[in-house]
Structure formats: structure tokens, C-alpha cells
Design a protein around this ligand. Sequence first.
Ligand code: TUI
Length: 310
Amino acid sequence: MKTRITELLGCQYPIIQGGMAWVAEHTLAAAVSNAGGVGLIAGGNAPIDYLRDQIRKCKEKTDKPFGVNIMLMSPNADDLAQLVIDEGVKVVTTGAGNPAKFIPAWKEAGVKVIPVIPSVALARRMERAGADAVVAEGTESGGHIGENTTMCLVPQVVDALEIPVIAAGGIADGRGMAASFMLGAEGVQIGTRFLASEECQIHPTFKELVIKAKDTDNIVTGRYTGHPCRGIKTKFAKQLAAGEKDGTLTPERFEELTLGALRRAVVDGNVDSGSFLCGAIAGMVNEVKPCADIVNEIMEQAQKLLGDRA
Ligand code: TUI
């Protein structure tokens, strides 16, 4: 399948893996890139040495293009932004903030820049700042989210911009991909489906929670902190939501309880105090498979549905 995204990124299929903090390390990224998509390593809050090591290991596992996600709320964002240039990474996506100040240096170095945005206003700013494409991420996504849905956000961003748009949020199969293309997207970013991949290194408990999740088993917490996050509706997440609602949990205490909670989920599989961030589509993800199978099945189904449009 050829779109402006496959041409921009030099990949076979316009499928980008989500840059999930703590989750998206080199094994997953290389597997998605080797499957014909574009894998991403998440910078998250990681120190520079960790990310450098991950980039180098990914290069050993794939000769296909892969990228790095820079989480802009990270205290290390400036160093990580320079690291991707120094390591010759080809693609950068950004999340949780406005990357405008980094874009000139990335462009100068030939890095393809794809900010993840939750609104038309930010999408417009990113196009003016020189972004090559944007990921329009609906509130169905896992992790830190905006308010608008994929169905409403994607066509509005497509109408507002000249650069290509990648849809994200609630996409886990070929139907979601085909629907995104009908809205005008030229690529999809997929996170949750890859949580349940063989190459994904998260704790088995996390995979089990994704596989077992029903449509109603996800919840958004932390709206009152300014950083709403979607994840699996565990007992811990329900306690946070209840405390937020009835006022017994101050925003400060909420921040304390959730500090390090993503690590506790991904690394320790701790259901009592971990935050199992994932998208609302988890209810449809029922089986662990190799990334290559996931990508091939999505592409086959999407191409069948899109017919001549693919
Ligand atoms: O970034 C994400 N998803 C994430 S980041 C993350 S780590 C984290 N954990 C707790 C709190 C905050 C971060 C887990 N999941 N997706 C992309 C995304 N970007 N969603 C929303 C945004 C966003 C929000 C505000 C992008 C730009 C923005 O701009 C504000 C501004 O500066 O104008």
C-alpha cells in the first residue's frame, strides 16, 4: 500500500506502532519495523544512556526504518531530542506537549517529524512549525489523552492541514484502519494491539489484563490533575477514580500514588499499585500473536475493505 506516509517514512505499510512509555523498547520496535510498519522506541522518562542503548540494539535487529517517541513532559526531553540526531534516527514522534522548539534542529538533521496532537489548533501550529505529518490521536487511546474522539478529530485535522495525517485511538484491526482511511487518514498509529504481541516485553500480567479486558474494562483517571490517562479498570484505578470523584483524594495525593505506577504495571505486573495504561479497544484484543501476523492481518483486512482505494 502506498500513501504519502509510506513514501515519507520509506516503509511497506502505513502502520506506526505507538510510542508507549516503558512498553515500547527495541524488541517491539524492531519487530514492527521488520513486519513492514514503523516501530518506535519510547523515550518516556528514560535517561539518555538507556535510550542510546535501545536505539543501537534496534539497529542490530532491523535494517528497516524505525523511530523514537519523545515524551515532552520528560525532564530529559532536551537531551533525548539531541540524542536522536546524534544517533541518526530517521523518524521522531512526540507526545504530551508542543515540540515546536525542537523541530528546526530535527529538520536540519533530516529527521522526519511527526507530532502526536489531540486538537486541530495544535495540528495547525505543528504544520506551521514544519512537521512532516501529524498523528491525530483520539481519546480512545491509552495513556495521556485529549478530549476529542478519533471519529471526530481525524476528518477535522485532515481538512485543516496539507501534510498527511495518521489516525490513532481505537484502531486494532483492518476495519479500524479502513475506517481511518475513509476519514482521510493516510496511516494509522496502533498501540494497544501490540501490547498483546509476542515481541512485547511487558509483564505477563499486563498482557493477560489486555487479553481478558471487555469493552467496559477501561477507565480515565486524573482529569483534575490536567493529565487524564486511560487504562485498564483495575481495583486500583477504580479507587483513584472514586477518590477523584468524591473529593477524598487531593490532586497532590493522586500524583503521589501514580508516580512510578506505569513502571509498576509494565515491569512488576503489580495490580495493587500499577497503572495498566491501554486504549479503549482492548476489549477487542483477545490473543497474543507475533507482530508480523498482527500487521499482515490488519493489512489484508484493510485492503479488502478499501478495494480500489488501497
Ligand atoms: O503522549 C501521549 N500519551 C502518553 S504520554 C504518557 S507518559 C505520561 N504519564 C502521565 C502524565 C503525562 C504523561 C502516557 N501516554 N499521547 C500523545 C498525546 N499528546 N496525547 C495528548 C497530547 C498532547 C497534549 C497537550 C499533545 C500536546 C499538548 O500540547 C499542549 C501545549 O503545550 O499546547
